[in-house]
Ligand binder design. Structure first.
Ligand code: URA
Length: 210
């Protein structure tokens, strides 16, 4: 299937450009990522099913649409940079359940090493949205999907802010059935696994650790 959806809304593009700039402060970077998280969530949830409920307006009864399963979605943040997008998504979907997976990149091999994994217990009855701002080598994203597939959720989507062509190719080699949603596809990965032109290290910029 290998579906890649580019969410290139002008507001997202504008905010992403601000995030990329070297002189954007930690506070501004964090707020922009949260705002973009809201906008990305809006797009990625377009296909959520609705149910009709009977309500009364001040003037008339009516049958009105509501989300069929607002509490059914699990947003899985790949720590630590995933937290930045997660915060925005939860503003839009406050009832969503949240899972965390802690992965760090071995600086030499660039392979993903897991240090934390906590999911809702009934995840097999839920749809999963994995979030991480950067799809670079794809190793973390692949490792996260590998682990989540072991738990057999109803569906899995992967949402990021920036993707490298190499990361998309690697991810879809391993998981062609998992759709990717991204706000931009950049040029290439450098020898250290950074996305070029990119925005630098998303975790460091989000938390001011560099
Ligand atoms: N992770 C980041 O934070 N930035 C990159 O460019 C690649 C991976």
């Amino acid at each position: 299937m290998k579906q890649v959806t580019l969410i290139d809304h002008p507001l997202i593009q504008h905010k992403l450009t601000l995030m990329r700039q070297t002189d954007t402060s930690t506070a501004k970077f964090r707020n922009l990522l949260r705002e973009i998280g809201i906008l990305l969530a809006y797009e990625v949830t377009r296909d959520l099913p609705l149910k009709y409920v009977e309500i009364k307006t001040p003037l008339s009864p009516m049958s009105a649409p509501m989300l069929a399963a607002e509490k059914k979605m699990v947003v899985v943040s790949i720590m630590r940079a995933g937290q930045g997008i997660l915060d925005g998504i939860l503003e839009l979907m406050p009832s969503a359940r949240v899972g965390h997976i802690g992965l760090y990149r071995d600086p030499t091999t660039l392979m993903a090493i897991e240090y934390y994994f906590k999911m809702p217990h009934d995840i097999e009855h839920r749809d999963v949205l994995i979030v991480d701002p950067m799809l670079a080598t794809g190793n973390s994203a692949v490792a996260a999907v590998d682990r989540l597939k072991e738990l057999n959720p109803l569906s899995i989507k992967f949402l990021c802010l920036l993707a490298a062509p190499e990361g998309i190719a690697h991810f879809h080699e391993q998981h062609p059935d998992v759709p990717i949603y991204t706000a931009a596809i950049d040029e290439y990965l450098d020898e250290h696994g950074y996305i070029i032109p990119g925005l630098g290290d998303a975790g460091d910029r989000l938390y001011g650790t560099k």
